[in-house]
Design a protein around this ligand. Structure first.
Ligand code: PLP
Length: 464
């Protein structure tokens, strides 16, 4: 550790989602370079980044084409807002391109307009306000409650953080906000009853959702919120029949469906969008992360005709749409997104994702099948999760759900970055989509070595 840098960090930098006590003793983990799927720390040590940052550097690190597009856009017009009908060329071009892309690649011709923000959280806040706004405009002001799911992750601003269904992010912040409900996560491995099939488990969750809607009163429920694949909650792909049942139920009660594609958008599942992958019909879709591959911050909220038509037809009487941010449609961020989309389309980055994901999942399954503390291995596309248990046969958890954190520590020592998730004891893998087979195999070797090195500590923990 560069002592003076560590000291400056500890005396100046307020880290996001970090234990202040741990950072005071361990100090920061500082990266200085990235190329492709490899990042380098301040001591020159390389790691395979099996998290793509935070599920976001999809086209890989260090693309000079994107850097050039950013430099060019900065030189020509470094700022232009979208307030009062103002616009910039990159914002218009990107909105048009995203809409075409989403309509065609997600089989969602009913999508109508794109609203820009800077983060996944603010996209979810925008969608939340749109849900309330829409119901006020159509004369249903009592339809205001929103149903999210336990284990959901939608960000950490006040509305998005309330939609998030993980206690650790709520406690001491007086969250969730009133009117946000959380139903059971579709986590088959944990939630299924003995002998229950995936389809039966899904049907039970849909029946529970129906009971929640009826208990609260269908006329009070405005929207249902879901990530197509739950990410931070534990890498949980939807079980068979889940979204079919949920969507049918929502339609019965005129409840809007908001799909949070902040992780699943732009190729992560092996399809361009989770919406297309799972045949979803959302009224609002949130995108961020992969939209610029995290070269710059940007988010997009895409809304359907169902909502747009109401906004358009009531506009003269409702007045201006009084929501937006200084950086909505920031021209340099939009130019970065356009450059990233050029690369994704030219290099056909999404096409091989399914096969790479299979390689990762098959490798994890075959190499960890005899690990005494691995309970479940699951995933879709280049999203995979390994769930740890103190006693997998009895499905007994480690105290404090902390077993997977030990493995993540060893993984970093082995030269691979993975994420120890905060809700379920799961290691998440979400490498850059351009990762090579050789890098995937090397990452597997390193992860398996880490999981094996962790066994003595896990044994001690399991019997404590
Ligand atoms: N939605 C999902 C599904 C996410 O995974 C995340 C971040 O991980 C967010 C929203 C929040 O995005 P941000 O951290 O950019 O606010």
């Amino acid at each position: 550790m560069n002592a003076s840098l560590a000291m400056k960090d500890q005396r100046s930098l307020f880290h996001a989602v970090t234990s202040i006590a741990d950072n005071a003793s361990a100090g920061p983990f500082v990266l200085t370079k990235g190329k492709g799927s490899i990042v380098t720390d301040e001591h020159g040590r390389d790691y395979i980044d099996m998290g793509a940052g935070l599920w976001c550097v999809n086209i890989g690190y260090g693309r000079s084409e994107v850097a050039d597009a950013i430099a060019d856009a900065t030189r020509s017009l470094n700022f232009q807002h979208l307030f009062g009908g103002a616009a910039s060329v990159p914002a218009i071009e990107l909105a048009d391109r995203l809409l075409t892309l989403f309509r065609t690649r997600a089989n969602a011709p009913e999508m109508a307009r794109v609203f820009f923000g800077s983060s996944g959280s603010d996209a979810n806040d925008t969608a939340y306000k749109l849900v309330l706004y829409y119901h006020n405009l159509i004369g249903k002001p009592l339809k205001k409650k929103v149903i999210s799911r336990q284990g959901a992750y939608h960000g950490l601003t006040y509305a998005a953080g309330s939609l998030t269904g993980i206690d650790a992010y709520h406690k001491a912040f007086d969250m969730p906000a009133p009117g946000v409900l959380h139903v059971e996560a579709p986590h088959y491995y944990r939630g299924a009853r003995p002998g229950e099939s995936e389809a039966d488990f899904s049907a039970r969750l849909v029946a529970d959702l129906r009971a929640t809607i009826e208990r609260e009163g269908p006329d009070t429920i405005a929207a249902f919120w879901a990530e197509p694949v739950m990410g931070t909650g534990g890498v949980i792909p939807p079980p068979t029949g889940y979204f079919e049942g949920v969507q049918k139920l929502l339609a019965e009660h005129e409840i809007l469906f908001v799909a949070d594609e902040v992780i699943t958008g732009f190729g992560r599942t092996g399809s361009w969008f989770g919406t297309g992958h799972y045949g979803l019909k959302p009224d609002i879709v949130n995108l961020a992360k992969g939209i610029t591959s995290a070269y710059l911050p940007l988010s997009a909220t895409i809304i359907s005709n169902r909502i747009w038509d109401v906004l358009e037809h009531t506009s003269a009487t409702a007045g201006a749409f009084m929501h937006g941010f200084t950086y909505s449609g920031h021209p340099v961020c939009c130019a970065a997104a356009l450059a990233v989309l050029d690369i994704m389309e030219r290099e056909d980055i999404v096409a091989p994702v399914a096969a790479k994901g299979e390689r990762l999942l098959a490798g994890l399954r075959s190499r960890l099948k005899d690990h005494p503390f691995v309970g479940d291995i699951r995933g879709v596309g280049l999203m995979a999760g390994v769930e740890y248990m103190a006693d997998p046969a009895a499905k007994r958890d480690f105290a404090g759900m902390a077993g997977h954190k030990i493995v993540a520590g060893h993984a970093r020592t082995e030269g691979i970055l993975t994420r120890a998730l905060p809700w379920m004891p799961v290691t998440a893998f979400s490498p850059p989509l351009i990762i090579s087979d050789a890098e995937l195999d090397e990452a597997l070797d390193r992860y398996v070595a880490a999981a094996e090195r962790a066994i003595p500590a896990l044994e001690a923990m399991a019997s404590a």
